[in-house]
Write a protein that binds this ligand. Structure first.
Ligand code: DAR
Length: 372
């Protein structure tokens, strides 16, 4: 595939591919909303930028979104294309003003799955937020030097966090020659435990967007001593900050994340944020809160012992939840019908709202599981 700049002058070949994708893959939102008139109205520089933003959706026709922002300002600069894609994905009607608010206050109230059923007091729960530093390009447009500079900056912050009584821990780098280097076995163990991300080069969507370039330079993870607060460095966003625990106390889980996030944020430069789209992320699907909250729920009856997720997916949709296998994106159900459930909404909902939806959705699915 030629580089975007080589095709900026006409781009006829790419537009023909987009037309073909539009009819063969109607779920590809980039192809659905791409306008040749809009593209032709752009100057040379913006055409080159736009090709890089949508390269992933052209090279991967089966994409759901088909675009990754390369710079924080892309969402404003390419609103005529990205805006309709974002509204479609996040179910925001045309004419409805998009504006992101943030609210973590519900973490101060009781929200415990054990109140639904004492049997739910031992589930595996995780909540993460994506964050990008405003001073850097987004991961798809970073040079190797950017990646190393950003890692050095957060390592300095982790040096302070290490000494914290609540969040003390250690940083493990994948950068060859780093004084914080993690050995291969330890890395494999962390990946198997879902504490660390695997080589992103295997993800064709990220690779096409440049997000996995320079692997493994500038990549790593911070883990608290209790291993319940983790920060990924250099994955799909500059930072993925997460809390995880077994149990059912969602308020404690969200509170742990919020406290750690606030403490960490005070140690590093500002995050990219917009009043319209909230925290700016590489993928438009993560805009807003940039939060994914999930828990693993055994639904052996709804999933026919894990062999068929369709009924659970359909039921979950009614409660604003998405269902996937317990092994993560594109995985099957785990042993005993163990599935990962997560509120779908990220944008136009607050952090407290996501916690409530996860609680209420879990209660509804659990009731369906028990009645069948
Ligand atoms: N595969 C890309 C992104 C989908 C959302 N998942 C993320 N961001 N990890 C697509 O456009 O289908």
């Amino acid at each position: 595939m030629n580089s975007p700049s080589e095709n900026t002058h006409n781009g006829e070949g790419k537009m023909a591919r987009i037309r073909a994708i539009r009819s063969a893959h109607p779920g590809n939102l980039m192809a659905r909303y791409f306008s040749e008139d809009y593209f032709n109205s752009l100057d040379e520089s913006k055409r080159g930028r736009l090709w890089r933003i949508i390269a992933t959706g052209i090279e991967n026709p089966d994409s759901q979104m088909g675009a990754y922002a390369q710079n924080s300002r892309d969402y404003e600069d390419f609103e005529p294309l990205l805006g309709p894609m974002i509204r479609d994905y996040h179910n925001i009607p045309t004419g409805h003003e998009i504006g992101q608010k943030h609210d973590w206050s519900a973490t101060a109230s009781r929200c415990d799955l054990a109140d639904i059923d004492p049997a739910l007091n031992g589930v595996s729960m995780r909540v993460r937020v994506g964050r990008n530093l405003a001073a850097f390009p987004l991961p798809g447009a970073m040079t190797k030097a950017h990646r190393l500079e950003l890692e050095a900056l957060v390592i300095e912050a982790f040096t302070t966090l290490k000494a914290d009584t609540q969040f003390g821990g250690d940083y493990h780098s994948l950068t060859p020659g780093s004084p914080h280097a993690i050995d291969a076995d330890a890395y494999r163990r962390r990946v198997a435990a879902h504490q660390m991300f695997k080589d992103m080069g295997g993800d064709r969507y990220l690779a096409a967007a440049g997000i996995s370039s320079d692997w493994p330079f500038g990549r790593g993870m911070y883990a608290s001593n209790a291993e319940d607060f983790i920060v990924w460095v250099g994955e799909e966003d500059h930072l993925r900050i997460m809390a995880m625990r077994q149990g059912g106390d969602l308020a404690a889980l969200f509170g742990r994340l919020h406290d750690g996030l606030e403490k960490f944020a005070r140690l590093i430069p500002a995050f990219a944020h917009s009043s319209r789209y909230g925290y700016v992320t590489s993928c438009p699907t993560n805009l807003g809160t940039a939060m994914r909250a999930s828990l693993h729920l055994p639904l052996p009856r709804l999933t026919e012992g894990g062999r068929n997720l369709e009924r659970a997916k359909k039921a979950a949709q009614d409660f604003g939840l998405s269902v996937r296998g317990a092994g993560g994106e594109h995985s099957d159900a785990g042993h005993g019908g163990l599935v990962d459930i997560s509120p779908s909404a990220r944008l136009g909902v607050t952090e407290s709202g996501i916690m409530q939806r996860l609680y209420e959705g879990t209660a509804a699915l659990w009731s369906l599981e028990k009645e069948r």
